[in-house]
Write a protein that binds this ligand. Structure first.
Ligand code: FAD
Ligand code: SF4
Ligand code: SF4
Length: 456
């Protein structure tokens, strides 16, 4: 049972005057009930002076109809100062319910679908968040949204009932409790046959083999992947567009900082791409499904292949300076390759090898990962990971018919080899265990589905 607003003292202010960073943590929120009574009450109380709200530090509650905050034992409500039909949620709702509530992963799906070019993306200083330019409604609202545009909320893989909607669209049903790592057809081990792709791949080079095969067999025009900026010496991961085997090779392997690969969409379509593959962690792999489930126009139709990467977190870029350089004296320009296998493994150009305990790295966990419930990239066609006892094989979760047909075709043509997942039951058990851990992160106050798997 949520809060009844009439039983506590609340004051309101126009959403346009709300401070842009309203929430830091959604850890122990009390949630107000989404009822007509509460909505009516929220609208009936007088406005609070903005200064009272701007200084708040202990924000613990969010109300869908507006936002409700407890600060130093006083309650403040920020109510919308206009009526918005619930079936037309737009940037104002995305801003309060996802971007500033702690649910936003920074996947950038909202940015790439916006037809009015009023959304930007901030990847400076570890922010990795979308923002509304200070035009056409300001940072917390959107005049196009007020006139009925809802595309950003329809693309967002964290908005309201996202998980159930995408499950139902992709698989025709919601997941069952025992489907801890999402709905799938089979789990196998796979790797590229081409030794060059095994060599550059993080694990078995399967992702690279799929992209090369799809590009060379006229299945896709481009793939949205991630590379390193410049000559790679800064280790800043950036979205890139791969159109050839060489592009795929140049961008193979894993970086453990964030890259919103979706942002390559404009470059790909400007270059004429109509059929696009997306490679990304679960936060991004859910984007095409969200767009398709909620009919977000031609952007959704262009994503014809969706390759997911298993992921429990990414790190702030500051980890290179503050942990690797300052504490371990590993200069980032000397780093050749990284992997995470219980520890951070770091190979350097000078031939040295280092291990950094993962527990030391947790302090640099990216903000957008802290509430993410999706370890196993659960809305991809094919999800891939590196856990398990076999080096140079990719743990592969085949989820959709599209994914299964592609794997079968590639196997038939001899470009990949596979073995049953039962060869490494420990890998599957570990995937399910890590999936459970991630699902516990989803806030209890947000919609229930992503926490519904029994996690005790
Ligand atoms: C941030 C991150 C965290 C991961 N965490 C885990 C984990 O906890 N457990 C696990 O089993 N597996 C994890 N993986 C997946 C694993 O590292 C491999 O990517 C996966 O096994 C596929 O290997 P491959 O050899 O088939 O891929 P490759 O052929 O090497 O292709 C990898 C693809 O990933 C893209 N990529 C690389 N870095 C990024 C990035 N930062 N953002 C977006 N795309 C990127 C590349 O551009 C390339 O297209 C993680 C991957 C990433 C990027
Ligand atoms: S989760 Fe992705 S789509 Fe949703 S608001 Fe954040 S960046 Fe935009
Ligand atoms: S944990 Fe991985 S999948 Fe989740 S938000 Fe972070 S980068 Fe995305």
């Amino acid at each position: 049972m949520g809060l009844i607003l009439s039983e506590i003292t609340v004051t309101t202010m126009p959403i346009s005057k709300a401070p842009t960073r309203l929430t830091k943590s959604v850890g122990t929120m009390e949630k107000a009930e989404e009822s007509e009574e509460n909505r009516a009450h929220l609208k009936s109380v007088p406005s609070a002076p903005p200064s009272k709200i701007a200084n708040q530090t202990d924000i613990i509650s969010i109300l869908i109809a507006g936002t409700l905050h407890k600060c130093k034992n006083e309650w403040f409500a920020i109510a919308y100062d206009r009526d918005m039909p619930p079936e037309k949620p737009q940037w104002a709702e995305l801003f309060t319910e996802v971007v500033t509530s702690g649910l936003c992963t920074g996947c950038a799906a909202c940015v790439i679908v916006c037809p009015h070019d009023v959304l930007g993306y901030n990847d400076a200083g570890g922010a990795y968040k979308p923002f509304h330019f200070d035009i056409d409604g300001g940072t917390a609202d959107c005049t196009h949204g007020q006139r009925g545009c809802t595309l950003c909320t329809r693309a967002c893989p964290r908005f309201r009932n996202w998980e159930s909607e995408i499950d139902t669209f992709l698989f025709g049903r919601e997941r069952k409790d025992e489907e801890i790592s999402g709905i799938s057809q089979e789990v196998i081990l796979a790797r590229a046959v081409d030794p060059d792709l095994v060599q550059v791949g993080q694990d078995g080079g399967l992702v690279s083999a799929i992209l090369v095969y799809a590009l060379e067999n006229d299945k896709i025009d481009a793939a949205l992947v991630s590379g390193l900026e410049g000559d790679g010496s800064t280790w800043k991961a950036v979205p890139q567009v791969a159109r050839s085997r060489q592009d795929v090779i140049n961008t193979a392997g894993s970086r453990y900082t964030y890259s919103a690969n979706t942002l390559g969409y404009k470059e790909a379509t400007d270059g004429g791409a109509e059929r696009i593959a997306l490679v990304g962690m679960g936060c991004q792999a859910s984007a095409p499904g969200a767009m398709s489930a909620k009919k977000a126009g031609k952007t959704a139709r262009r994503f014809v292949l969706n390759i997911g990467l298993l992921c429990s977190k990414t790190f702030d870029d500051a980890i290179f300076k503050e942990l690797f350089e300052d504490r371990y004296k590993i200069q980032r320009e000397n780093i050749k390759k990284m992997n995470i296998k219980g520890v951070f493994q770091i190979w350097c150009h000078d031939g040295s090898y280092h291990e950094v305990p993962l527990k030391e790295a947790h302090g640099w966990t990216r903000e957008g990962c802290k509430n993410c419930p999706d370890f196993a990239s659960e809305h991809a066609d094919i999800s891939t990971g590196g856990i398990g006892e076999f080096q140079d094989w990719t743990l592969t979760v085949v989820r959709t018919d599209r994914g299964r047909e592609l794997i079968e075709e590639m196997k038939g043509k001899g470009v990949i080899e596979t073995r049953p997942g039962t060869d490494d039951p420990g890998a599957i058990a570990l995937m399910n265990k890590l999936a459970k851990v991630s699902r516990k992160r989803w806030p209890e106050t947000a919609v229930a589905a992503p926490r519904r798997i029994p996690v005790a």
